[in-house]
Design a binder for this molecule. Structure first.
Ligand code: MG
Ligand code: ZN
Length: 368
């Protein structure tokens, strides 16, 4: 086939599907300078099939195409080919392969510095936001060090002693009704936090003053699923970005997790998955809006692993996806990494999840 024929065929194929081709992102979004801010978004369990489902079901409203750099990370842990969220978040946060169930510790259960802790040492403000409890594995790996992920009350103690300036997530009971009878809400307040919760007032009414630290509990334990009306993640992210941008002149590090993408895949619920993905997409929208005004920000969107072995079956259409899962657990498939902003160029290629951490340090100018 001649080149003109191939071009014609391509035009024909594009015209035949009524989706507008998305123009490639401008290359001036890549730069050699160090970013001031780092925003790290994790869709827990969000593999390429989940992202494909988001793109096909949300048509041209989805935002994954906005990122000029895409890479793939290998998610296996130090103990298993199929990782859990503790080992994979430890790999991304601390740069070390560890055993499944670990929280910010290595194979010998020794604590390893997380990127959030490094950011605080560098004088940056820090934040953690999740749609799970705030002491659940993924957020915990950024501020806690514990040998076993289910020890939520111990992980809550680490949050009190951490460098976190701003957090929003569930799990109030691990702070307020504990086996050891300590009142960690009071202890957080003693450490300069303004603490609010879903029972006192809505998140939207919370006035966030950057001269104080801020924490908001969205639920007693697990927040609701998106399909039951939970919609705070985009708003919490907007609040966090406004707060952190004012908190330190040096910049900030913010981790945001769409925690329940994973849970809907564990329970093999395709419709619930699409609702969680839409919530995460709205959160990416908030982050990209911030980026327009603050281009000295590096944004990474990735997953810790794939969950459910999701397939988009034959017979699917753009509006009606036939989603099928092959497992109730996680899988070993590689997961995409999307990057935009100064330093984004470090994130193309295929690499270990621990090298994602090393590339973050390089991009920020923090490598040893
Ligand atoms: Mg998680
Ligand atoms: Zn999971």
């Amino acid at each position: 086939m001649k080149l003109e024929q191939i071009t014609l065929l391509a035009v024909f194929i594009l015209a035949g599907c009524n989706h507008r081709p998305v123009p490639p992102p401008p290359m001036d979004t890549l730069s050699d300078s160090y970013p001031q801010n780092l925003i790290f978004l994790i869709g827990d369990g969000m593999g390429l099939s989940q992202i494909s489902a988001a793109i096909y079901s949300q048509d041209d409203k989805n935002l994954f195409s906005a990122f000029p750099v895409i890479g793939l990370q290998k998610t296996y842990s130090g103990s298993d080919l199929v990782t859990d969220s503790g080992a994979s978040a430890t790999a991304m946060a601390c740069g070390v392969k560890t055993y499944n169930n670990a929280i910010g510790v290595d194979m010998d259960t020794l604590p390893r510095q997380s990127i959030l802790e490094r950011a605080a040492l560098e004088g940056l403000a820090t934040g953690v936001i999740a749609t799970s409890s705030i002491v659940h594995a993924t957020p915990a790996c950024f501020f806690a060090h514990h040998w076993m992920r289910v020890e939520y009350e111990a992980i809550a103690l680490d949050l009190v002693d951490s460098d976190v300036d701003f957090f929003i997530g569930g799990g109030l009971k691990f702070f307020s009704r504990r086996e050891d009878d300590r009142d960690l809400v009071y202890e957080l307040e003693q450490k300069g936090f303004l603490i609010k919760n879903y029972f006192d007032e809505e998140l939207s009414y919370s006035l966030v003053n950057p001269s104080k630290k801020f924490g908001y509990f969205t639920s007693d334990n697990r927040p609701l699923p998106a399909i039951q009306g939970r919609d705070y993640l985009p708003q919490a992210t907007r609040m966090g970005l406004n707060y952190l941008a004012k908190k330190s002149e040096r910049g900030f590090f913010l981790m945001v997790e769409g925690s329940q993408i994973d849970w809907t895949c564990h329970s093999n619920q395709g419709n619930q998955l699409l609702a969680e993905l839409e919530d995460f997409n709205q959160t990416i929208r908030e982050v990209l809006k911030f980026y327009e005004k603050h281009p000295n920000t590096l944004i990474i969107v990735t997953a810790d692993h794939e969950t459910g072995g999701l397939a988009i079956n034959p017979g699917s259409t753009f509006r009606q996806l036939d989603l099928q899962f092959t497992t109730n657990g996680h899988t070993a498939t590689m997961v995409p990494v999307f990057a935009i902003g100064p330093g984004a160029q470090y994130f193309s290629g295929i690499y270990e999840n621990t090298d994602l951490n090393k590339r973050l340090l390089m991009a920020m100018g923090w490598q040893e």
